[in-house]
Design a protein around this ligand. Structure first.
Ligand SMILES: O=C(O)CCC(=O)C(=O)O
Length: 237
């Protein structure tokens, strides 16, 4: 028995590459976070693609989610006590729209060594087949890096509500990124004894100027690293 996950769930994760569902907080709390997201969308005149990434660097409530004890307890059961947030994407699908995410492996873009990241997909609205939830090929995590069309995706949102989730990618501090571009990350639990990333500060308030500067700098580095890593991963596959 771990801090949050049962032995059976840890075992299922090792075999299948995912464990679901895990209750981090109540639907009422998820609604509070959703309202905060929607206020941020209004305040920012909509959120650009980059502002939907690593939003924990400039939105205090998003920082609260990435440090949520129940989320971190579940992640700790899988990757140990010293934990960084490597990346975050806010995945929004508007109601009754055709947008979908094609089959892919996050490791193509992440370049992590060892490839030990765990993504907590934290739902802020109902995520199910109708609304286009994430689908996973069980056991595909054990097949290494592939060139094409593997191993998770999500279909269009056919429901009447927005489908909103935060995909938070956590790594143990001993992971390093195989890009010349040095990246930043957020230490959310434990100690960083490895120094493989520059550590980002937590925001003091939503949209505070220091948080926004930190977010912009982190995204510049992220794009530079992606431009190196994607061709490299495809060439190696
Ligand atoms: O939320 C989605 O629809 C896709 C999520 C995803 O592909 C990911 O987290 O890598």
């Amino acid at each position: 028995m771990g801090r949050m996950l049962s032995a059976g769930q840890v075992d299922a994760y090792a075999r299948q590459g995912y464990v679901s569902p895990v209750e981090a907080f109540s639907p009422r709390q998820a609604r509070v976070y959703r309202d905060l997201l929607e206020s941020a969308e209004q305040a920012g005149g909509g959120l650009s693609a980059d502002r939907r990434r690593k939003m924990h660097l400039y939105l205090k409530w998003a920082d609260e989610i990435v440090r949520h004890p129940r989320v971190l307890d579940a992640v700790q059961d899988l990757i140990g006590p010293d934990i960084l947030v490597f990346h975050l994407t806010c995945w929004i699908k508007e109601p009754c729209t055709g947008a979908f995410v094609s089959w892919h492996q996050d490791s193509t873009y992440f370049g992590l060594e060892p490839a030990q990241h765990v993504t907590a997909w934290v739902a802020l609205s109902p995520s199910n087949e109708e609304s286009g939830c994430v689908q996973v090929v069980p056991g595909s995590h054990a097949r290494g890096q592939q060139r094409h069309s593997v191993f998770h995706n999500s279909m269009p949102n056919r429901s009447a509500d927005r489908r909103i989730g935060l995909g938070i990618s956590y790594i143990p501090t001993h992971c390093r990124c195989d890009s010349r571009q040095r990246l930043s990350a957020s230490l959310v639990r434990g100690v960083d004894r490895h120094g493989n990333f520059d550590l980002d500060p937590a925001p003091v308030a939503d949209f505070d100027p220091q948080g926004l500067r930190c977010h912009e700098a982190a995204m510049r580095r992220w794009h530079a690293a992606r431009a190196e890593l994607i061709p490299k991963a495809n060439a190696a596959a």
